[in-house]
Design a protein around this ligand. Structure first.
Ligand code: ADP
Ligand code: MG
Length: 240
């Protein structure tokens, strides 16, 4: 479904992604793990064109993200994103956060967008917050709303960039539970995470990044039980 071919990204002289290639299939739940500064966020951001790659190609089915004629709105429709710091629109209610893009980008009617938004709010357990503003919500609630907002576009894949890293410990579970349910329903997900339990038990594949490269691509079982690479052993010794 997603095909990354020889992707490189430089910021000035800094080579942040070095000739990355990988394929992601429909329904896969991929955890991207690796040390800080290894290029994980940059890689995710290239997949929905928040960053412009320096070289290489990314295809979503047969849509070429690097093609100048590819409509950026079409990319954002197909590829949802959830950020560490939620990035909700602070001056809009929860309902308005969920309906804005479907109405603006997908040209859904207000009625249609609101109907789907209430379905999603029920799904993330926050129907009672429909008319609240983001600053009236806890961190865990904000992140569940951010996930619902991504889902409102009916994306084919959702990218998560450390979705629980900014949360107090007691709120992590409620967000991971929503993500686990999405995974069960077959949503394709790419998740940059430090939650090793989630990567091990929910994800079906691990990409380990170091210094701008994917240096391991394997099952969670192989990654956690038989790491062979010294850099991975070193990383796991620090986090486990
Ligand atoms: P990670 O998410 O794995 O921590 P990032 O993708 O955020 O890593 O960053 C990789 C490297 O690229 C870091 O050295 C970071 O400082 C650098 N970098 C990221 N974004 C920019 C930017 N917009 N301009 C310059 N350097 C950047
Ligand atoms: Mg990052």
């Amino acid at each position: 479904m997603i095909n990354v071919v020889n992707l490189s990204k430089n910021f000035g002289n800094l080579k942040v992604l070095k000739n990355i290639s990988t394929t992601i299939n429909k329904g896969e739940v991929i955890s991207i793990i690796g040390p800080s500064g290894s290029g994980k966020s940059t890689f995710l951001r290239c997949i929905n064109k928040l960053e412009e790659p320096t070289e290489g190609h990314i295809y979503i089915d047969d849509m070429d993200l690097m093609d100048k004629n590819t409509d950026i709105n079409k990319i954002r429709e197909r590829v949802g994103m959830v950020f560490q710091h939620f990035n909700l629109f602070p001056n809009m209610t929860v309902l308005e956060n969920l309906t804005l893009s479907p109405m603006m980008v997908k040209k859904e009617s207000k009625e249609e967008a609101e109907k789907y938004a209430s379905y999603l709010l029920e799904k993330v357990g926050l129907s009672d917050k429909t008319n609240s503003y983001p600053n009236q919500l806890s961190g865990g609630q904000k992140q569940r709303i951010a996930i619902a907002r991504a889902l409102a576009m009916k994306p084919e894949v959702i990218l998560f960039d450390e979705p629980t890293s900014a949360l107090d410990p007691e709120m992590i579970k409620e967000v991971l539970d929503v993500m686990r349910n999405l995974a069960k329903e077959g949503m394709t997900m790419i998740i940059v995470t430090h939650e090793m339990g989630f990567a091990r038990n929910v994800g079906n594949r691990i990409l380990f990044m170091d210094n701008g490269e994917i240096i391991e691509d394997c099952s969670p079982k192989d990654f956690f039980e038989n790491p062979t690479n010294e850099r991975i052993k070193d990383f796991l010794n620090k986090v486990l």
